[in-house]
Every structure is written in C-alpha cells, then in structure tokens.
Design a protein around this ligand. Structure first.
Ligand code: PLP
Length: 284
C-alpha cells in the first residue's frame, strides 16, 4: 500500500499534502481510478485520455507526459508488489493561500496510491446480483467531470448502504435514472441494453465505454437513451458497471424485484464478455 506524491514514493501512512492544498480546501481537483489485474493495468490509455480531459475542463495543465505518468504508475505497482489492486490518481490545482480565485502558474500536485483489491469478491455478487436504492440527484451540473467534489455521492451511497443496498441510483427531476453513486446504470428490455446517453448528468465511465463496445461486438443491441425509473422497474434485467465492480447484475430496485429477481441471460452473457476482455488485456 504505497503512495507517490510530489516526486516521492512513500508508505501510505507517510504520504502527506499541505493543509492549503486546493484539493483539500475546495475539492479543486480531479481523480482517476484504474484496475490492476495480475499486476497489469486495465484500459490504461482510456484512463489517461479521460484524466487529461478532466484536467483541461478545470484549466489545470498537468506537466507530466503520458509516458511519465505511466512510468510512475508502473513503478508504484512494482514497488507495492501487488497482483490485484486499484490505482488511485489525483491531480489538485496545487497549494496556494486560500482564495476562491486561482492565480495562474500554480504547480499542480500529482498523487497516486496503490492498494490491493480483491476482485474475486465480485464473483458471488455476480451470481446473486445486488440491490440498489434510488435517491434524487443533488450533485452539481457537471458530473461528467471526474472531480473530487463527491459529497452528494458519499451521502447517497451511505443512505443506500444503510438501506441494505449495494449502490445508490441517482434519479433526475423527471424520474429518469442517471447513474449510480460510483457506477453506471443499465437496464435490458427485449434483449436491448439501455443506458443513459453521455451528457453533463453522468460520468463517462471507462467500464461503460468498454461494456458498450463489447455488447455491440457481440451483436447485442445497445440504446444510449434516458430511461425512467418505472421503465427500470418493469425491465427484464438491470446491471451496473465500474472500475471496481466491472459488471454486476442489479436484481432489486428500492426493494422491488427486477424481472425474475435473479440475474438474467443478457447480463450473464455480458459478464462473460467482460471477463474475457479482462483476461485478454491482463491474463487474469
Ligand atoms: N459514475 C460515477 C459517478 C463514478 O464515480 C464512477 C466511478 O467512480 C463511475 C460512474 C464509473 O466509472 P468507471 O467505469 O470509469 O470506473
């Protein structure tokens, strides 16, 4: 469990940032989470692309090249001697005297941490499916930016967990299901995989991008369109994806069974495709 901060590789407990870091004071920072299977990064180029897009959206110019970022990540993974793990990357605008307005020329702070993660804990969850609880989306208007301003997500997921659910599903004012607290949301109807289109209301998940491409490649029809909670409750199947939960069937929404109340055939096929893709990239 190692960290990289300001050019140094340190044990997690020794890695520190200054109290006037703008990430701490304003959540003026972006982050990225990538999965490591058997020591190898999954979808790493896609994570780098998204991270640069997020930095640009906040006018943070990250000085490190992709090659340097990859070198730091791989060195951290090697030093931590992990097989299955999560790498967390955060870029803050840097340290400055507290002022909402940011001065030009601040030096962004790059942080990376690596922790072991047991992806095999997902296998029984994939077999049984998980429940979700819906919550009104009270986040800001640009949740497509992966910023560390996650308070609404934290509270929503806490509520969901207290209700015995694995995840919270954010619903818009019109009752459409947007995404989960830290996952993307899908339903299956008549054999078609349906998920909210990319917009300012959802995070463009890397696992989402990968799943849609795998589904299309396997001739499973995909529709990127908004769907209402009522449509989800009447769906044949539901599921979620993220880096830490690559794919999980959703079998209950607010305590009500989806379809048969058990993982369905399209989800089972998608689970196979996702596992095959992880194996192809990492040998896991
Ligand atoms: N939606 C939200 C709000 C998230 O925080 C996350 C990941 O943390 C996702 C979706 C899934 O994104 P990814 O597949 O890149 O992990």
């Amino acid at each position: 469990q190692l960290a990289y901060v300001d050019g140094q590789y340190l044990p997690m407990a020794e890695a520190m940032v200054p109290v006037e870091d703008r990430g701490l004071q304003f959540a003026d920072s972006i982050y990225e989470v990538a999965a490591i299977f058997d020591g190898r990064l999954l979808d790493w180029p896609e994570h780098l692309v998204r991270m640069r897009r997020n930095c640009a959206a906040l006018f943070i110019s990250l000085p490190q090249s992709d090659a340097v970022l990859s070198h730091i990540a791989r060195r951290l993974i090697a030093m931590a001697r992990v097989r299955d793990a999560i790498i967390y990357i955060q870029v803050t605008r840097g340290t400055a005297r507290r002022d909402h307005v940011f001065a030009p020329g601040l030096r962004p702070r790059l942080i990376m941490t690596v922790r072991r993660f047991d992806f095999r804990q997902r296998i029984p969850q994939q077999a049984k499916g998980v429940g979700v609880t819906t919550v009104p989306d009270q986040r800001w208007g640009r949740v497509d930016i992966k910023s560390t301003g996650l308070l609404a997500n934290v509270l929503a997921k806490q509520d969901a967990r207290a209700a015995g659910s694995f995840e919270a599903w954010f619903t818009g004012p019109d009752g459409t299901v947007r995404e989960g607290g830290s996952t993307n949301a899908y339903i299956v109807r008549g054999g078609t995989l349906i998920t909210h289109p990319l917009s300012a209301h959802i995070l463009p998940g890397i696992a989402r991008q990968s799943l849609l491409s795998l589904a299309r490649g396997a001739q499973i029809p995909v529709e990127e369109r908004a769907f209402h909670l009522d449509e989800a409750l009447g769906a044949d199947e539901a599921l979620l994806t993220s880096t830490t939960a690559p794919i999980l069937p959703v079998v209950r929404i607010d305590g009500l069974a989806v379809g048969s109340g058990r993982p369905g055939p399209i989800t089972a096929r998608l689970v196979e495709l996702v596992h095959a893709e992880i194996a192809r990239q990492t040998g896991w």
